[in-house]
Design a binder for this molecule. Structure first.
Ligand SMILES: [Mg+2]
Length: 267
């Protein structure tokens, strides 16, 4: 897979053939939630995973290792998922990872302290439409509903730059995520999940900047970007979130075919 080129559209004969050759019994299937399993919506509490995606995901979980790695807190993600995947990682990789329990408590204390600092720095008496979401180990500063999004973005960047200790900043769609330095990112999370599940390879689909931490992993990852972004490190892309339905169908078909007795590609 050529990672120096822009992602290629997945639903071509070449793309699908590459995916089918990649998938075998050692493949973990991992997905981001917002913008990937579900369309991005203005109000994150209104997110809906469509019936066909839920069905495809449940079918896949019945025959393969499935994980969800989301920017949401785990408890929040569980409200929208059709089932609790064994590998459900929240907070962009910083919540729910086996072996990281103590550190996660440290990250949560740090985020709580940043929250306190931000309430002073953002001048809550003079609101700019910025909403601070405390998700436990990380914070998300939303400005989707700000009257002046440019101004809100600038105010947030200035405030985030004055926090101590300095957070890792990851931008998203009308959101700035503040993540403790040293917290596992989505790439680290996926690598740990693969090890835990005994999977040598993984197919991962995601749409956001934080998903690039997975796309940057150097090997044994079949990466699918949802929506096109030329500078992404993903190998393949889907044109829209609606194409997740077909992606799950194609994956399920490939997994079933490789399990079919008598098939030459049997695993
Ligand atoms: Mg996303």
């Amino acid at each position: 897979m050529n990672r120096t080129a822009a992602p290629a559209y997945l639903f071509t004969e070449t793309g699908l053939d590459a995916m089918k050759r990649f998938i075998d019994g050692t493949t973990l299937f991992a997905f981001d939630l917002d913008g990937t399993l579900a369309p991005v919506v203005a109000d994150p509490a209104s997110v809906i995973i469509s019936g066909p995606v839920k069905k495809g995901l449940a079918q896949l979980a019945g025959q393969a290792h499935v994980a969800v790695i989301t920017g949401r807190a785990r408890a929040d993600a569980l409200k929208y998922l059709p089932f609790a995947p064994p590998g459900l990682i929240g907070n962009h990789g910083a919540e729910g990872l086996p072996g990281w329990e103590l550190r996660t408590r440290e990250f949560t204390a740090r985020a709580r302290d940043w929250h306190r600092q931000l309430e002073g720095l953002l001048d809550m008496d003079n609101p700019t439409g910025v909403v601070i979401e405390n998700k436990g180990p990380t914070l998300s500063l939303h400005y989707r509903h700000a009257a002046d999004a440019h101004k809100a973005k600038r105010v947030i960047a200035e405030a985030a730059g004055r926090l101590t200790p300095v957070p890792r900043q990851v931008s998203g769609k009308y959101v700035l995520n503040l993540i403790p330095q040293g917290a596992p990112d989505k790439g680290t999370a996926l690598a740990v999940l693969m090890r835990e599940a005994g999977c040598a390879k993984a197919l991962f689909a995601g749409d956001d900047e934080t998903d690039e931490d997975v796309f940057r992993l150097d090997k044994n990852i079949f990466s699918v970007l949802v929506g096109m972004r030329k500078n992404s490190r993903a190998c393949y892309y889907l044109r829209s979130q609606q194409e997740m339905i077909r992606l799950l169908e194609e994956i399920n078909e490939a997994v079933s075919a490789k399990k079919c007795p008598g098939n030459s590609a049997q695993i």
